[in-house]
Design a protein around this ligand. Structure first.
Ligand SMILES: [Zn+2]
Length: 457
């Protein structure tokens, strides 16, 4: 299938007008700012630089030198302490107040120098001020750079706050190559998760053709699919050296992650980039998963979610389907949600609504399950073309220096399996977990994973 070029991706992105991934992009920043931020008079508004202590050292200091030698003015900067920095909405408010003060009655171009957290803080603060901003990434660590919306902690809840993606992204591959290895391997994990997201979308597409009234199904959107899925295997192969500091691999990884963000800007829905592997990750984000005292990165959670999902697919589609078990009634389902989220009553309330919204009642569930069985072979074929085997996926992660053992991310096999139950309760988006649930084999598949010494070990 034909690929969609970066230029074509940009043409259908709402917010982002330019993305440059190359060695020496830092030196070109003054010219790029001129191209994307100059007003009618040709004048570039003064800049406001935001970074943390680490990312300032990684790229901010050099940028400051480059700017000093140019005609561009800097009107303020803010460097966050690096220790314990996270996407807290209070920091957005602080940053936005500073920008407003600096801006006065004039204009300002915020420049985010950093990885996911700094970018999210600046993205949201810039949007609060009604200003388009420039992103200067210091690590190919997440797909969120070019996505609309920022992942922030607000009123005690992690949520995606809607805000525009950057107008300009300029990634210097020399800077990306110097990023800590765990950040690059996190980006690799976030990208590899798209294999699973694609498999879930194939399920949602085929089942939509059977019965569009079932919640969470969605036909494949050709353009978004082509952007994300068509180049994916090649990108993953070319990006595996990113964590080892290979400049070209880091560049491939950043551009691939960026393009998945453009698919999001185009579709205004995360279906193209997120499936059940992200639902596992969200469960661990809600639980604030930590390992050796540090919060586990989003991308490493996606790695473990992808491995769990790959095991689930393999157990569901290899051999005969397990015998159908009783699917719970609404009252039984409520009790299951309460038991799964017994430590978090607020999350339990939200999950109850979601789980009940997608619970099919008796007759409908039975006829839907029969319809699924009638297309099983075709579905199996399409999924086997989309997905690497569990072993292949694990090898890809090892090569890219990602964690592959549960304990490397503070998890255990038992906890990953328990998290599958929660993952199936927190989103209506149809995934392989729902497929197994509607077939009445969800618990039996989890038992197959648990009993095997191949998976998650
Ligand atoms: Zn992600």
């Amino acid at each position: 299938m034909k690929r969609i070029s970066l230029a074509e991706c940009l043409a259908s992105a709402d917010d982002t007008k330019g993305m440059f991934v190359k060695e020496g992009a830092l030196e070109e920043i003054p010219a790029l700012l001129g191209r994307y931020f100059a007003g009618d008079s040709g004048e570039i508004p003064p800049l406001f630089l935001a970074a943390d202590e680490n990312t300032w050292r990684a790229a901010g200091e050099e940028l400051e030198r480059i700017l000093r030698a140019s005609a561009l003015a800097v009107n303020g900067s803010y460097i966050f302490p690096a220790a314990g920095l996270h996407g807290d909405y209070a920091l957005v408010e602080k940053l936005a107040a500073l920008m407003k003060e600096r801006r006065g009655n004039g204009n300002l171009v915020p420049v985010a120098i950093g990885a996911g957290t700094i970018n999210d803080l600046v993205k949201c603060a810039a949007a609060d001020c009604g200003l388009p901003y420039c992103c200067l990434p210091t690590a190919a660590s997440v797909d969120g750079y070019t996505a609309p919306g920022a992942a922030l902690l607000r009123n005690g809840f992690k949520q995606t706050v809607p805000c525009a993606a950057p107008r300009l992204v300029a990634a210097d591959t020399r800077v990306l190559a110097n990023a800590p290895a765990f950040l690059s391997s996190s980006g690799y994990g976030d990208l590899a998760g798209k294999l699973i997201a694609g498999a879930d979308w194939i399920i949602a597409d085929r089942l939509y053709a059977l019965d569009p009234s079932v919640p969470g199904l969605m036909p494949v959107n050709d353009r978004a699919w082509t952007m994300v899925q068509v180049p994916l295997r090649e990108e993953l192969a070319a990006a595996s050296g990113a964590a080892a500091g290979d400049k070209d691999a880091g560049g491939v990884l950043f551009e691939a992650l960026g393009i998945t963000g453009f698919a999001l800007q185009y579709m205004k829905d995360s279906r193209a980039v997120s499936g059940c592997e992200h639902m596992w990750a969200h469960v661990w984000e809600m639980e604030n998963l930590r390992c050796r005292g540090e919060t586990v990165t989003h991308g490493h959670k996606v790695v473990m979610g992808s491995l769990a999902a790959a095991a689930f697919f393999e157990c569901l589609f290899s051999g005969d389907l397990p015998e159908e078990q009783k699917v719970p009634s609404a009252a039984e389902r409520e009790a299951q949600v309460e038991a799964a989220f017994s430590d978090d009553p607020l999350a339990a309330e939200a999950a109850k609504k979601t789980a009940l919204a997608k619970l099919l009642d008796g007759e409908k569930r039975r006829s839907f399950a029969a319809a699924i069985r009638s297309v099983w072979k075709e579905l199996d074929g399409a999924l086997k073309r989309q997905l690497p085997s569990y072993g292949e996926l694990r090898d890809m992660f090892v090569k890219a220096r990602c964690p592959v053992l549960p304990q490397e991310t503070g998890l255990s096999k038992k906890r990953i399996i328990a998290s599958a139950r929660k993952a199936q309760m927190i989103r209506v988006r149809y995934s392989v977990l729902d497929l197994a649930f509607d077939l009445g084999v969800f618990d039996a598949i989890l038992s197959r994973i648990e009993e095997s010494d191949v998976y998650l070990a």
